[in-house]
Design a protein around this ligand. Structure first.
Ligand SMILES: *[C@@H]1O[C@H](CO)[C@@H](O)[C@H](O)[C@H]1NC(C)=O
Ligand SMILES: *[C@@H]1O[C@H](CO)[C@@H](O)[C@H](O)[C@H]1NC(C)=O
Ligand SMILES: *[C@@H]1O[C@H](CO)[C@@H](O)[C@H](O)[C@H]1NC(C)=O
Ligand SMILES: *[C@@H]1O[C@H](CO)[C@@H](O)[C@H](O)[C@H]1NC(C)=O
Ligand SMILES: *[C@@H]1O[C@H](CO)[C@@H](O)[C@H](O)[C@H]1NC(C)=O
Ligand SMILES: *[C@@H]1O[C@H](CO)[C@@H](O)[C@H](O)[C@H]1NC(C)=O
Length: 535
């Protein structure tokens, strides 16, 4: 268990702060397993995790363009009522549009989508409860139609091009049959540390597990997080340590510049704008945000990397945290999936992390990848039941960079995909420099005066913790609950700025690199017009 020692330090300035610097002494005693080194042309891996879409919803219709892809042809259907054999059926369509509101993707909603009931013993699962579960959210067919629907490839032209030019994975699953945050946690740490839902208070305190960032740092390999409103990677507590302060870069100022100068580090995480405002629309693909913005963002990231002197050593991986309630026809794996760390999820489900979530879109891009590659499963490697899921990212990074140990039992089990960049003797020279411009899907502008979503509220609560506002409010449930999107955006951007400022100051004071800065707004700050409230 980590020991926590608290040191206090004060700084007097116009607005005085009190920094509480908590020292985490971690006793590392993980069993080490070695990963074989491989010959590797890749020196930079870039990871982009989009939000809440299933494979069939985003890419299923691309089967028309390449029959090798395990997608859809419209024969797929779900009944309105699983128990009623004469029930109306919803067939999978090709006219997905702007989706608002957001379909269900809690643990219990997903169980019903996958198994058609609360009984999760079917093997393989029938994948027949999506329409029924969607219907139950409002007792109208509208949501059922939305979830039984995929994009016409011409409405997601950026992906259409990437899929035909590079590699698409048609058997990559969410790591947990649960919502966003547990799955996002798997991407960089191969566990959710027991989380099966988005628990705002735990997220705001930060999850304690080791991450791929820690492994890279220990091996002397560079990484960088290019964030927009707030880095969601701060949900990992370790990343708040002072030693990682300079790993965070504002995307707008730094991503293109570092790429142009050939200075991107070995492991790069690009985070989206999670807050949807008129001037800066969200681009994370989270319903109801416009997929057009997400496509524009992927296009920008690709074109930036393509123009970089580092292009010939780069691998870009784009995936989706979870399926967001949208139908997928491929049964989720329920056999031979290891718990990462033995932690059992909370009541009432007591989930043992022994099955995966719904299939999600994953695309890999590199000049070392053959045009039109379709990657199915990992074909029984490293174990007969291994699959691609989010832990495949750290597992593959470990192979590419020759890191010594796995994070958990899950990345040890997950399939790795370094093979897709090892078939050629030299990089391709025919990769497009530009991607097509997508069509705008949403009519009208961002609803910046809307109340924040659950996910956005989690980010606001994270902001409250790093800024120290949780001390004075009825944290955690209330912070941000009545902010608008626009207010939330200002609040979190301000919090991030101040947290990093405080970090720079603490570093100047010579505070140890292992510390995490905890800020407290001063009493005067508290009593005057609360600086924490946005204009
Ligand atoms: C659609 O795909 C299914 C499953 O692969 C197949 O059985 C069916 O014949 C196909 N239907 C059409 C119209 O191609
Ligand atoms: C599943 O269980 C919940 C209670 O946990 C119940 O409300 C719901 O109706 C059940 N769903 C089905 C499809 O049986
Ligand atoms: C839908 O109808 C059922 C049965 O009439 C009812 O129990 C349920 O509360 C309704 N759900 C919503 C979201 O209106
Ligand atoms: C990438 O490699 C190709 C083939 O060797 C070469 O033609 C091209 O100039 C290289 N590009 C960069 C940015 O180094
Ligand atoms: C879940 O675990 C708790 C505590 O161990 C136990 O009381 C409860 O009965 C378990 N629930 C189920 C459904 O197994
Ligand atoms: C939020 O709620 C609190 C108390 O419920 C209220 O005092 C405050 O004015 C509200 N703020 C906004 C922006 O609605």
């Amino acid at each position: 268990m980590p020991h926590r020692i608290t040191i206090m330090a004060t700084k007097s300035s116009k607005r005085s702060f009190l920094y509480t610097l908590a020292l985490l002494v971690l006793i590392t005693s993980c069993p080490f397993t070695s990963v074989d080194a491989v010959s590797n042309p890749i020196k930079t891996v870039v990871v982009l995790v989009m939000e809440n879409r299933s494979f069939d919803h985003m890419l299923g219709w691309m089967k028309k363009l390449n029959p090798e892809i395990n997608g859809v042809n419209g024969s797929e259907s779900n009944p309105l009522s699983v128990r009623d054999p004469t029930s109306k059926r919803f067939f999978f369509k090709e006219d997905a549009q702007y989706v608002d509101p957001d379909p269900g993707h809690s643990f219990q909603a997903i169980r019903e989508q996958i198994f058609g009931s609360n009984d999760s013993s079917a093997d393989p699962p029938p994948m027949n409860g999506f329409a029924q579960q969607a219907y139950s959210m409002g007792n109208t067919s509208a949501m059922s139609n939305d979830v039984m629907n995929g994009f016409d490839p011409d409405n997601v032209v950026v992906y259409k091009t990437l899929v035909s030019e590079f590699a698409v994975f048609d058997r990559w699953f969410a790591s947990v049959p649960a919502s966003t945050q547990p799955n996002r946690l798997y991407v960089h740490s191969a566990t959710s540390h027991g989380a099966t839902s988005n628990v705002a208070s735990l997220l705001a305190q930060g999850y304690p597990q080791q991450t791929i960032f820690d492994n890279l740092y220990d091996a002397g390999i560079g990484f960088g997080i290019y964030y927009q409103n707030i880095p969601a990677t701060l949900f990992y507590r370790n990343l708040r340590k002072l030693k990682y302060l300079f790993k965070f870069h504002p995307y707008d100022l730094s991503f293109k510049q570092h790429a142009n100068e050939g200075k991107l580090p070995s492991y790069v995480v690009v985070e989206q704008r999670y807050m949807d405002t008129k001037l800066f629309p969200a681009n994370d693909d989270h319903p109801s945000h416009d997929v057009y913005q997400g496509q524009m963002f992927v296009k920008e990231v690709y074109e930036t990397l393509r123009a970089s002197p580092q292009w010939n050593e780069t691998l870009l991986v784009i995936t989706y945290d979870e399926h967001g309630g949208f139908f997928d026809h491929v049964p989720t794996p329920v056999r031979g999936v290891p718990s990462p760390d033995g932690i059992v999820g909370p009541e009432p489900f007591n989930f043992t992390f022994d099955r995966l979530g719904v299939r999600v879109p994953t695309i890999a891009v590199s000049p070392w990848i053959e045009k039109g590659t379709v990657v199915h499963g990992p074909m029984g490697s490293p174990t007969p039941t291994s699959e691609y899921e989010h832990s495949s990212i750290p597992a593959t990074v470990k192979k590419l960079f020759n890191l010594p140990s796995f994070l958990t039992k899950r990345d040890e089990w997950a399939g790795t995909f370094e093979g897709i960049v090892q078939t050629r003797t030299e990089p391709r020279t025919d990769c497009p420099e530009k991607l097509p411009t997508p069509v705008k899907i949403r009519q009208g502008e961002a609803k910046e005066d809307a109340k924040v979503s659950e996910f956005q509220q989690e980010l606001i609560q994270l902001a409250a913790v790093i800024k120290g506002d949780n001390i004075f409010t009825s944290y955690p449930d209330r912070v941000g609950s009545n902010m608008t999107v626009k207010q939330g955006k200002y609040y979190m951007e301000n919090a991030v700025r101040r947290f990093f400022e405080a970090g720079r100051y603490a570093k100047k004071m010579g505070v140890s690199e292992e510390h995490i800065v905890h800020m407290k707004p001063s009493l005067t700050t508290r009593l005057s017009k609360p600086t924490n409230i946005v204009p």
